[in-house]
Design a protein around this ligand. Structure first.
Ligand code: GDP
Ligand code: MG
Length: 154
């Protein structure tokens, strides 16, 4: 990082850039969640099914996020490569138990039990119940992710 970039960072003009990988079943609401995190004038009105993968960006008060959204069909291969890549790193994992507004939705506690999240001991993780249509629960998750990312050295 050059001196100018560092100065801009110290002055709060330049946000720290972080990369996030977004994985989940087809139709689970990944694109809707990311879309809702963008400023309202940048949000898309019609969300179309993601073909292959999509790169999205949004900002929080102190970070600039670049999100890679993988389509679930491609996920097996991609996840394999990624798993090898991140297995030994203490990267934070944020889970959204989305579509909580649906009548038969199960609670985030139950979701974490079903996924055995308590077995994840080597990475910080957090689960939020969310309703991406209304935008509920998203901020809580992103605030957690922001704290985790800021705590990381690089
Ligand atoms: N009821 C409900 N529908 C949702 C929610 N989040 C997304 N959806 C809908 O689920 C469908 C799939 O969403 P999309 O973001 O394309 O899923 P993706 O395949 O994971 O990117 C769309 O019709 C969304 O409007 C939610 O929290 N509640
Ligand atoms: Mg999508």
């Amino acid at each position: 990082m050059g001196l100018f970039d560092k100065l801009a960072g110290w002055l709060g003009l330049k946000k720290k850039e972080v990369h996030v990988l977004c994985l989940g079943l087809d139709n689970s609401g990944k694109t809707t969640i990311i879309n809702k995190l963008k400023p309202s004038n940048a949000q898309t009105q019609d969300i179309v099914p993601t073909i292959g993968f999509s790169i999205e960006k949004f900002k929080t008060s102190s970070l600039s996020f670049t999100v890679l959204i993988c389509q679930a069909k491609a996920d097996t291969e991609t996840s394999g490569n990624i798993t090898t890549n991140i297995k030994h790193r203490r990267l934070p994992i944020l889970f959204f138990a989305n579509k909580m507004d649906l009548r038969d939705a199960i609670s985030s506690v139950k979701v974490s039990q079903l996924l055995s999240l308590e077995n994840i001991k080597d990475k910080p993780w957090h689960i939020c119940a969310s309703d991406a249509l209304k935008g509920e629960g998203l901020q809580e998750g992103v605030d957690w992710l922001q704290d985790q990312m800021q705590a990381m050295k690089t």
